[in-house]
Write a protein that binds this ligand. Structure first.
Ligand SMILES: [Zn+2]
Length: 119
């Protein structure tokens, strides 16, 4: 179930990035040239609502807090290093995110960590 939550968070992060990209004025202009219509933005917002509805409320709240601070609230962790802030995870946390059922946060930057390849 937790693994599923992490997937949802990843999906939500991508949706928010796409929404932001669409909202960027210059990009919107470019989309308009390509025949961009508001329907697409509504579809993204609909997907965001759907994903949010499946997320654990507390986890979603935490995600939002991190999303206010960083564009990408999720960061990959490799060899014990968070690729969001490049600070090593504390000793003893080498198993960080190895367990699929546990959602881990970086102790330094607070991002939600995931092991590349496990999603
Ligand atoms: Zn970090």
């Amino acid at each position: 179930m937790q693994d599923n939550q992490l997937r949802l968070l990843m999906f939500l992060q991508d949706l928010l990035m796409l929404k932001k990209e669409m909202e960027d004025f210059q990009v919107v202009e470019k989309y308009e040239e390509m025949g961009f219509d508001l329907e697409k933005k509504e579809k993204i917002e609909e997907a965001i609502r759907e994903v949010t509805g499946q997320l654990d409320a507390e986890l979603h709240h935490r995600f939002q807090m991190i999303a206010n601070k960083y564009d990408r609230p999720l960061a990959p962790v490799k060899n014990g290093i968070c690729y969001g802030c490049f600070v090593s995870a504390p000793t003893g946390s080498e198993l960080i995110t190895q367990r699929k059922d546990v959602i881990e946060f970086c102790n330094h930057c607070g991002r939600i960590l995931y092991q590349p390849g496990t999603l």
